[in-house]
Design a protein around this ligand. Sequence first.
Ligand SMILES: N[C@@H](CCC(=O)N[C@@H](CS)C(=O)NCC(=O)O)C(=O)O
Length: 209
Amino acid sequence: MTITVWGAATGRTIRVHWALHELGLEYEPKLIGSRTGETQEATFQSLNSKEKIPVLVDDDFVLTESAAIVTYLGDKHGMLTPEPGSRERARYNEWTSYILMELDAHTLYIIRRHGDLAKLYGEAPEALRAARDGFTKQITWAEKRLEHKEYAVGESFSGVDILLTSCLDWAHAYKFELADNLNEYRAKLHERPAYKTAAALNFSVSAGA
Ligand SMILES: N[C@@H](CCC(=O)N[C@@H](CS)C(=O)NCC(=O)O)C(=O)O
């Protein structure tokens, strides 16, 4: 079996490197950065016509979307995902939808589009303000759910902890004041050996913008 992961340097790509390190799987990292032009090269385009990283290639199976990749790896190799059909799996799905929609796409990524990437997507101060307010409101759900809890789903580490930590790190970089329990949760997850190795690899290259 050969696994290849395309992509590095961002909060979305670390999700996949971290999952693979937690599982102790060997793989070939292709450390291409976002907005470097590398996602528009022919070989990469043939894998993902969305021209976005990360991409996982598992033998002849090509999978895009960071959360789908983390969940696939958990389902295939264990440890990162609760049993399909269980209540814990429903919670895993609930957290995943929340993280992808309310934290990643609707708020943090809007801040990126009209903040760091305003030259490409346009200045939009109202959208920026609404996105910051939106994140501040939405993150309180995670804050309450993580009161007195070490992990997001059940009593053990899961793919949700990977996804959530990547968004908390992103929010921290955007100078959001996170609640103490979220900062403690994030700091504890950063102590995991798999996170440390994956972060060193993922951030060994830079994004183009
Ligand atoms: N929903 C996707 C988002 C992927 C995405 O937007 N990736 C960015 C980097 S974080 C990218 O590849 N941008 C295009 C480029 O850099 O050329 C996922 O979670 O995998």
